[in-house]
Design a protein around this ligand. Structure first.
Ligand code: ATP
Ligand code: MN
Length: 463
């Protein structure tokens, strides 16, 4: 089936061309002069193509007049200049074939605007709306730009495992993977006998590809992973999913500063790419979701992000007159209310916080000379808070061992991670960007469930 896509027609085709379009009817209305106007959309872009159907068409009475929102059709016709406002061309139909009907009494996506909550319950149909179509195209553009950014800089794309035997940091957060018959789990001395399970040991879904990415960084130099990540955290927030995609660059011969430089250049590249390649979808989000979006993205490309250490941030937060739900003191973990206060109220731009207390950060972050803080970096943006978390990694064998013990992790499970610090260890650093948080940020959508095609959250897996 040869078809012309609406995006190509609107950008390149001229009047007089004979074309074939296939898509879904958004609206149809009848005009007095004996014809119908059909607005059709094929997903290739936000814009619809307007089709004019003359009542002389052979199936006009039998089919065209019954076309309703949601029907799928093929139209063959000739492009003509459009007298209507806001479009330069329209399609004069010569032949219309109906592929699939949509009963208006039961098809849920009628003209009126639906709430995002309702649309979440019809994930099989919501990509046919303007908002979710635009989200899908923005996700696609951002994924492509992420690969391009790293490929241009010579980073190697590494495929880290989805099923893992190492529970790196998130003890309670890991989903279990098993082939056991759950009605009949083998026991040994009253406990689950994992030796009889598929992998002969406990296994789970990865919470991060970082540790494996480090292996490849320490042989290939600059690498990145970009894959699905799973966390069984029971946090029903607007910025957490149980399944999300994470981008994780990891660089050998790189320190904390180089890491922050990369994160900043990375975000700027992505914003710039989006403004160039998703103009129409961004304009839509700017109009209907967040009227400061375009302005914000433009300024974030040019201005330098604030860099500040945790200790300074605590001073600023303690002195502020803002009432926080969670009180602030040196040593506390920052909540999103604190993060947002810093990036929205104090600096009004992205802020990179560094050098957090070692007690609140994972074992793999490099301990500073002061012995009290680690070379961590969190990149915070307005409205979301943390979008990137990273660090320079501990490259000293003995210190790493001490940190494992201090955080009650069995060193024998990390024997290979420790060995990397014995054989050709090198300074290295990396970070993780939550892909869906990025999409939230660039679309202005406030709930992470609306930027993921099929969001998985506590209690929700069927869609
Ligand atoms: P938070 O404190 O917001 O839960 P985190 O400290 O657990 O984040 P990291 O483990 O550093 O996050 O993960 C790196 C990045 O992955 C985060 O900066 C964030 O963008 C994203 N991320 C983390 N958890 C989730 C989640 N449950 N859903 C979506 N994105 C997430
Ligand atoms: Mn978390």
């Amino acid at each position: 089936m040869k078809r012309n896509k609406i995006i190509d027609i609107l950008s390149a085709e001229t009047t007089g061309s004979r074309i074939t379009v296939m898509g879904w009817v958004r609206t149809r209305r009848e005009s007095k002069g004996g014809f119908s106007f059909i607005e059709m959309n094929d997903g290739s872009c936000l814009s619809n193509l307007q089709v004019i159907v003359d009542d002389k068409l052979e199936n006009y009475e039998t089919e065209v007049r019954n076309l309703q929102t949601g029907c799928s059709i093929r139209v063959i016709g000739t492009l003509v200049a459009s007298p209507a406002k806001g479009q330069s061309i329209e399609l004069q139909a010569e032949e219309i074939e109906v592929y699939g009907w949509a009963d208006p009494d039961t098809y849920p996506l009628q003209k009126k605007r639906h709430s995002f909550e309702f649309l979440r319950t019809i994930a099989h149909l919501r990509p046919r709306t303007n908002t979710f179509g635009a989200v899908a195209r923005v996700r696609n553009a951002m994924a492509f730009a992420i690969h391009t950014f790293f490929q241009k800089r010579g980073f190697i794309y590494v495929h880290t495992p989805i099923i893992t035997g190492s529970d790196c940091e998130g003890a309670g957060e890991m989903f279990r993977v098993t082939a056991f018959d759950l009605e009949n789990v083998p026991k040994k001395n009253g406990e689950t006998d994992f030796e009889k399970d598929f992998f002969n040991q406990p296994a789970g879904l990865t919470v991060s590809g970082q540790l494996e990415a480090e292996i490849y960084a320490l042989s290939m130099g600059d690498v990145y992973t970009f894959g699905p990540t799973f966390r069984a955290e029971n946090s029903n927030t607007s910025r957490h999913l149980a399944e999300f995609w994470m981008v994780e660059p990891e660089m050998a011969f790189c320190d904390l500063e180089g890491n922050i430089d990369l994160a900043e250049a990375f975000l700027k590249y992505l914003f710039d790419d989006l403004l160039k390649n998703c103009e129409e979808d961004l304009a839509f989000f700017n109009r209907f979701i967040d009227s400061s979006l375009l302005e914000t993205l433009k300024t974030l490309i040019s201005e330098k992000y604030e860099r500040l250490d945790y200790t300074e941030a605590i001073k600023i937060l303690s002195k502020s007159k803002q009432k926080f739900e969670f009180p602030v003191h040196w040593g506390c973990d920052l909540q999103s209310e604190h993060e947002r206060y810093l990036t929205e109220k104090v600096f009004n731009k992205p802020v990179v916080l560094t050098d957090y207390p070692r007690e609140i950060k994972p074992f793999y972050m490099k301990v500073n000379e002061d012995g009290k803080t680690v070379r961590a970096m969190d990149l915070l943006v307005p409205k979301i808070g943390e979008i990137i978390g990273g660090s320079q990694r501990e490259d000293d064998h003995d210190m790493l061992l001490e940190r494992l013990k201090e955080t009650n992790l069995p060193p024998e499970d990390y024997w290979w991670y420790l060995e990397l610090r014995k054989f050709g260890s090198a300074p290295h650093a990396g970070f993780g960007l939550g892909f869906e948080r990025l999409i939230q940020f660039v679309t202005g959508l406030s709930n992470i469930r609306d930027v993921m095609p099929f969001p998985r959250t506590p209690g929700n897996v069927s869609f």
